[in-house]
Ligand binder design. Structure first.
Ligand code: ZN
Length: 87
């Protein structure tokens, strides 16, 4: 794994995880902390990356409406409004 800030490979994987379960790492080069979503468009999202991609797949590939996607996510334990999916 490389640091997304300085591209150093001197990275220490920590035992701590983020609220969504992503393992935290720290860089020995720049002393910054990051996880696997740091620097990606998914970094600030409140749902796991695979759930976001699943919702996009259902909506675009299977042409499900936003309310249908919201209902399917609720069955998986994620309370997401159709307006959130649209954003
Ligand atoms: Zn670094």
């Amino acid at each position: 794994m490389t640091c997304p800030h300085c591209q150093s490979t001197a990275v220490d994987r920590r035992r701590l995880r983020t609220a969504l379960g992503y393992r935290r790492s720290s860089c020995a080069g720049c002393q910054r902390r990051f996880n696997e979503r740091t620097g990606t468009p998914f970094n600030e999202l409140q749902f796991p990356t695979d759930i976001v991609l699943l919702a996009v797949l259902w909506h675009l590939r299977y042409k499900l409406g936003l309310r249908d996607v919201s209902e399917l996510l609720l069955q998986r334990g994620y309370t997401v409004s159709h307006e959130t999916i649209r954003a």
